[in-house]
Design a protein around this ligand. Structure first.
Ligand SMILES: [Zn+2]
Ligand SMILES: [Zn+2]
Ligand SMILES: [Zn+2]
Length: 450
């Protein structure tokens, strides 16, 4: 008797099938549907979200933000198309509920296979990976004329900053990019809803007409044919002689574009954009281009999902990409040898330590994924900047050490400037770094610091 009365209690606290079957309804009181619980509470486990009214993206985001699993499937019964959804229905009833459950089943299976785990600050990125995993689908970009950026990812739904997060995940090798398209932005409002036209280089007008060019041999005059036309004759506008025979008096060397507004004749019109949102005209070279990609989940991405975290920032791992990176122990051995050679033959040898002292502040400013990418680029820049004879090692969790044979500390300052410049170019955000340089016995002290 004791065990049988305890069992229901265990099931209640466990994720029981009954709880899993609960749906969360957004947009009002749902009609009663036999055999289906539509009253999951915010923040408690639910099998899916059902939208039965017009829902603002922020409203759904708030619910998903508190959901134990932010990748639960969504059924849309009100054409909330910019929101992500796995099922679209017209009216909520027993039949459509059965249909959506059928549609959700494979998603449920995959979600159950890999329970969601994420730290608060990595939740958004891991949710993107989880959506790709659970839907067993790439994160496809599509053209959406309704949005100013004109590209969206229906799998993820509309949210600000989506592209930046996807790009970070791709930089971390958690997603693989496939090029989709390139958009251009209005120089005033940033909208990508642009209309393209050929413009007169003289007046930017679009009233262009293609004409045949006429070349009068005798005087060298070369103008569009319309400027020669007088009644039925061709009369040179420069020397006023009549042109009689093609090939004898004159030739037609090609076509030219003439502007009917300002009269300018040009062989190459310009390409301009007009913004459909604010009517500003932007020349092609002034319209910032953005490349958009489809993204596929990689094995690394799957590992991040399983671990429930993004790859951790580790100088050691980053340096493995590089040419020659030594562990602290190996570096000490190499440095000791170089110091011995330097003493014996009166040569120079210096060591520089590049540290990133504001890891915590940078992490806060860039987010964990952003910081990881920034550091990866910074370390690559360091490795690329040093000479082949220099050697790079891991200085600790957050610093890189570099050995400079045949180089005095004063000369390393040049290299320091090059490293700073290379990092500035490689990393878009200002990353705080300090460079300490030592030679002679000071090297021993520096390496002893860790
Ligand atoms: Zn605009
Ligand atoms: Zn013109
Ligand atoms: Zn002439």
């Amino acid at each position: 008797m004791g065990t049988s009365s305890a069992q229901p209690l265990v099931r209640m606290t466990d994720v029981s099938p009954a709880l899993e079957e609960r749906f969360f309804v957004l947009g009002g009181e749902p009609p009663p549907i036999a055999g289906t619980n539509l009253h999951a509470r915010v923040g408690s486990p639910c099998a899916g979200i059902i939208l039965i009214n017009h829902i603002e993206p922020a409203e759904l985001a708030a619910v998903l933000g508190q959901a134990p699993d932010p990748a639960v499937p969504i059924a849309d019964f009100e054409h909330n198309s910019p929101l992500r959804h796995d099922f679209v229905g017209s009216s909520l009833n027993v039949e459509t509920i059965a249909e959506l459950k059928h549609r959700f089943a494979p998603v449920w299976r995959r979600l159950a296979e890999l329970p969601f785990r994420a730290k608060r600050e990595e939740r958004a990125e891991l949710t993107m990976l989880r959506l790709a995993y659970s839907r067993d689908a790439p994160i496809e970009a599509v053209l959406t004329p309704g949005s100013p950026l004109i590209v969206e990812y229906p799998l993820l739904g509309t949210a600000a900053g989506t592209r930046r997060q996807l790009e970070l995940l791709a930089d971390l090798d958690l997603l693989h990019r496939r090029h989709f398209t390139r958009t251009h932005a209005c120089s005033k409002c940033g909208s990508a809803r642009l209309h393209v036209y050929e413009a007169c280089p003289g007046c930017s007008g679009a009233d262009l007409v293609e004409e045949t060019l006429v070349h009068h041999y005798r005087c060298g005059c070369q103008e569009p044919e319309s400027r020669f036309a007088q009644d039925q004759l061709l009369v040179c506008p420069k020397c006023h002689r009549v042109l009689n025979h093609l090939g004898v008096d004159y030739s037609k060397p090609g076509k030219i574009v003439v502007c009917r507004a300002c009269g300018a004749a040009n062989s190459e019109p310009l390409i301009h954009f007009v913004c459909l949102d604010c009517a500003t005209v932007t020349p092609t070279e002034g319209a910032a281009a953005t490349d958009w990609y489809h993204y596929d989940l990689t094995d690394e991405g799957m590992r991040a999902l399983r671990d429930g975290r993004l790859p951790r920032f580790e100088i050691a791992c980053l340096l493995e990409h590089g040419t020659h990176a030594y562990s602290p122990h190996e570096f000490r051995l190499l440095a000791a040898e170089e110091m011995r050679v330097a003493r014996q033959f009166q040569r120079s040898f210096s060591v520089a330590r590049v540290s990133f002292p504001n890891i915590e502040a940078d992490r806060h400013a860039l987010g964990p994924a952003g910081m990881n990418v920034a550091f990866r680029h910074a370390v690559d820049a360091i490795v690329e900047t040093v000479r082949a004879s220099d050697f790079v090692g891991v200085g600790g969790a957050t610093s890189v050490i570099i050995g400079f044979p045949e180089t005095a500390a004063a000369d390393v300052r040049d290299t320091e400037n090059r490293i700073r410049k290379a990092i500035q170019n490689a990393v878009v955000v200002p990353l705080e770094l300090t460079v300490d340089v030592a030679e002679g016995d000071a090297i021993v002290e520096m390496l002893a610091e860790g």
